[in-house]
Ligand binder design. Structure first.
Ligand code: TXA
Ligand code: MG
Length: 336
């Protein structure tokens, strides 16, 4: 199969492919998603095959808005309505109980809940409305690899496996949506993202954070959290304190060729001639979150690199979303 690269003005062709049961990767404000008609079980099964995703890991359902959710969800409580009113469209995925058999079990992994997402990105909204059906939208990467933030990343993983990718350049946020489970009381954040507990609590009251590190024999609430994630080929080691970079480099260099993933301020202080393999995270936690996945993918282009020293940030607000991804990529390996 030849994977087409479609331009934004070819969004209708992308929607036609979805309607025809084909797979199309599409941009959202967070990362690129792998789209298929959520009501077409055969198409949904192909999504698992293309990603190499275990079948017990359910997919996000990308919807045009609250009205479309109402067709599938078992009930919209006032708190859920308040989330719709305040955060949709936007990078917030909401887990809700669903009506029996409302969605193919391939979508839900057999769970009685489903994850609904209503992206703010204009082109995403366009493709959903033109397709006329909800679209499953897991991140468009091979299972276990960093989520794609450009169409090139998508093609690297999916070329030949999907009909097309709708190319709209780099995504804005850079990490996936916040997931909040509204099927339990109190609500629980299963995956941190750009919308944090600080944002949610004024609207819906107490929210628990359950994006803690999953231990080996624990059953995670978001099935996807139990799998190794975001990992490049090299071992990632997190450097919590930027002042420790020189020490960390000296230590790592004894073992293997090293790549640096850090802010400009940190990179400028190191001997750049030696570190041909370095990727800038920009200046702050926002740019770092935006660039993290691209940075992790960058080092896979240089197989010589065996260790990546990556800068940590304070795990608060967006920093919590950043650290959640980086800790998974690093398998919790810290330099200290
Ligand atoms: O920003 C995003 O959310 C991106 C863009 C493309 O929309 N999508 C995305 O999808 O990150 P995915 O499939 O890579 O991650 C969805 C996560 C998985 O960890 C999955 O296990 C969890 O959501 N999930 C899906 N349905 C669930 C459910 N009913 N209960 C709990 N977790 C669920
Ligand atoms: Mg994913």
């Amino acid at each position: 199969m030849n994977t087409l690269r479609l331009k934004p003005e070819e969004v209708d062709q992308a929607a036609q492919f979805i309607k025809a049961g084909k797979l199309v990767a599409f941009p959202t404000e967070t990362v690129y998603g792998l789209g298929a008609d959520a009501t077409n079980e055969e198409a949904v099964k192909q999504v698992y095959a293309a990603k190499g995703r275990p079948s017990d890991n359910p997919l996000i359902v990308t919807v045009s808005g609250p009205d479309q959710v109402a067709q599938y969800a078992a009930g919209i409580t006032p708190k859920v309505q308040a989330l719709f009113d305040n955060f949709w469209p936007g990078p917030l995925t909401i887990i809700l109980p669903i009506k029996p058999n409302a969605l193919p079990s391939a979508v839900t992994g057999g769970l009685r809940t489903a994850a609904f997402r209503n992206p703010a990105d204009k082109l995403t909204r366009e493709i959903i409305s033109r397709a006329g059906v909800p679209i499953v939208g897991p991140s468009a990467n091979t299972s276990g690899k960093p989520s794609p933030t450009t169409a090139d990343h998508v093609l690297h993983d999916m070329d030949g496996k999907i009909a097309a990718v709708l190319d709209d350049g780099q995504t804005k946020v850079g990490v996936e949506s916040t997931i909040v489970d509204m099927s339990v009381v109190p609500p629980v954040i299963l995956r941190p993202g750009a919308i944090s507990a600080h944002d949610l609590e004024p609207i819906i009251g107490k929210v628990l954070n359950d994006s803690h590190k999953v231990k080996a024999n624990e059953i995670p609430k978001a099935p996807g959290m139990k799998y190794k994630h975001y990992a490049p080929n090299a071992q990632v080691i997190i450097v919590r304190d930027p002042a420790d970079f020189a020490k960390a480099i000296a230590w790592a260099e004894e073992k293997a060729p090293v790549g640096l993933l850090a802010t400009d301020a940190v990179l400028e202080k190191q001997n750049t001639v030696r570190f041909k393999s370095q990727y800038s995270l920009g200046n702050d936690v926002e740019s770092a979150t935006h660039r993290l996945f691209a940075g992790l993918r960058y080092f896979d282009l240089n197989p010589e690199i065996k260790i990546i020293l990556a800068q940590g940030f304070t795990p608060d607000g967006l920093g919590l979303a950043y650290m959640n991804r980086l800790e998974k990529a690093a398998g919790l390996q810290y330099f200290d």
